[in-house]
Design a protein around this ligand. Structure first.
Ligand code: ZN
Length: 502
């Protein structure tokens, strides 16, 4: 495998080699939980989800850690405005975050540390920095001394002298006046009236933002990790400061590869909460944009480039996804698999026995695309090529054509499409007429009972009985979808008999 990734630290595209062969440690900066997530977060976490899925698919043991910042001025302001506690605001937004990520089919992190739960690690790292002369306390605050780090600025390409010039003439707050250098930053902030605080050797207070990531990386993954992820808006100062803290405390490099995703633009402006032009993930999904459409939209652009958001672009992505979805449904719809003689395809979810050498170029093109600094748009092109004959077949079968021997041989193609789509986190989406929405439809409990009966029949190898149940449901307009995990879902098609359209 020759995965190449663009490393912000070296400004080069480099061959990826993990520190320990076969294992990859990844830290991804998470959200400050004061509000719902917007499309910018969706973009970031979808592309890193693809990186993670790709490494797992390549047989790496991946450990993925992503934090929650649950102490912050913005959370405190939100709590005051809503008359809630900091914990209540954090907790509800953490729950919402998890729901949003699940809706987008983003794998949950292996560990999700929260700042309030890592205070011991944070305090001990600050104490180490102070003992090493890399930090100093002033009036209950503790600051990191950037002048002690000659390589400060190596990630962002800024130099300390430039920064000093840039800072002259700035208005000085209380905090600024306590600093020895304008770019020193708070590791610990002394308590302010009415704010939650925690004990420390420097008095009551709370940690600064940057230190939590340094402490969590060390706690969860060790002193040097393979890959550190985040949005390009975090390069300076956040990631620069993470490097300064961790490397001053540990005497070792923090991360070997620094990857940054581009921003999402709306009308040429960066989409972020502070600009107010954000569209929340749940608002987008509620507006009828499917999760897989959103994934495809995000993956059509290279992760490092800006992503231009518009309704037209989303509509185009929806059309693209419809085609892929139609092809993915071919091997899962019981109507089609019966017509094609593809029994038990879904149950195995493994590549078909008898490797189809004709498909090797597609597999290689897909791997080559993702190896090339995660060129997801080229990887998608491979999926579209694989899907084309499958879509055509689905349409022919839908019109009532008999399946030919050549059609039956497309099973390996469908399996490869399903496998590679899964690497991008793209999975069959049932149509919008989900069971819960078809209130006028058949009785769901009765259908579930028949599905259970069919499952039992299949387990007892009474296949004619199982098929009879399937056919009976189909004549009532109920289409069964056998999922690879062995579960069966259903959709209701009032016009009766028509297999699923994407
Ligand atoms: Zn961070």
């Amino acid at each position: 495998m020759t995965l190449r990734l663009t490393n912000t630290l070296t400004r080069r595209t480099e061959v990826f080699q993990p520190l320990v062969p076969g294992e990859v440690s990844i830290y991804c900066c998470g959200v400050t939980v004061y509000d719902l997530c917007h499309l910018g977060h969706a973009r970031s976490y979808i592309v890193w989800d693809v990186l993670r899925r790709y490494l797992i698919w390549q047989q790496y043991r991946v450990t993925f850690v992503q934090n929650f910042t649950d102490i912050d001025d913005k959370i405190l302001r939100r709590a005051a405005a809503e008359g809630r506690s900091m914990e209540e605001v954090s907790e509800s937004n953490i729950q919402a975050f998890r729901e949003d990520m699940k809706a987008l089919n983003i794998l949950p992190p292996d560990q999700s540390p929260r700042a309030t739960q890592c205070l011991d690690g944070i305090r001990s790292m600050i104490a180490e920095l102070e003992a090493a002369g890399a930090a100093y306390s002033a009036d209950g605050d503790v600051y990191f001394a950037v002048m002690g780090r000659p390589d400060y600025g190596k990630l962002s390409g800024r130099s300390l002298s430039e920064q000093q010039e840039g800072a002259s003439g700035r208005l000085h707050s209380d905090e600024e006046s306590r600093k020895r250098h304008p770019f020193d930053f708070a590791l610990w902030k002394g308590v302010k009236p009415g704010e939650p605080s925690f004990p420390s050797p420097w008095g009551q207070g709370r940690p600064g933002w940057h230190i939590e990531c340094s402490a969590m990386v060390r706690q969860e993954l060790g002193t040097t990790i393979d890959i550190h992820l985040g949005g390009s808006d975090l390069i300076f100062p956040h990631h620069e400061n993470e490097i300064a803290q961790s490397e001053a405390a540990n005497g070792e490099p923090l991360a070997r590869y620094w990857l940054h995703n581009g921003m999402v633009n709306v009308d040429g402006e960066k989409m972020s909460k502070s600009l107010g032009n954000f569209t929340t993930i749940r608002a987008l999904l509620a507006s009828g944009i499917s999760a897989m459409t959103l994934r495809l939209f995000v993956l059509q652009a290279h992760y490092r480039k800006p992503l231009d958001f518009s309704r037209d672009a989303l509509d185009a992505a929806a059309t693209g996804w419809q085609g892929l979805n139609e092809a993915l449904g071919l091997g899962l719809s019981t109507t089609f698999t019966a017509a094609l003689g593809w029994a038990n395809v879904a149950a195995s979810a493994q590549p078909a026995p008898g490797h189809d050498v004709g498909l090797e170029p597609s597999r290689e093109a897909f791997v080559g695309a993702l190896d090339d600094d995660l060129n997801t748009s080229a990887a998608l092109a491979v999926l579209f090529d694989l899907a084309r004959p499958l879509r055509a077949l689905a349409r022919r079968l839908e019109r009532g054509s008999e399946a030919s021997g050549e059609d039956r041989a497309l099973q390996g193609r469908w399996q490869l499409l399903t496998e590679l789509s899964g690497v991008l986190g793209l999975e069959l989406e049932l149509s919008s007429s989900s069971p819960s929405e078809t209130s006028a439809g058949p009785d769901p409990a009765q259908i579930q009972a028949l599905i259970s009966e069919r499952l039992a029949a299949r387990q007892e190898k009474r296949y004619p009985d199982a098929d009879a149940i399937r056919d009976r449901l189909r004549s009532d307009g109920i289409e069964l979808i056998d999922r690879p995990d062995g579960s069966t879902e259903w959709i209701h098609r009032p016009q009766s008999g028509g297999p699923p359209r994407g």
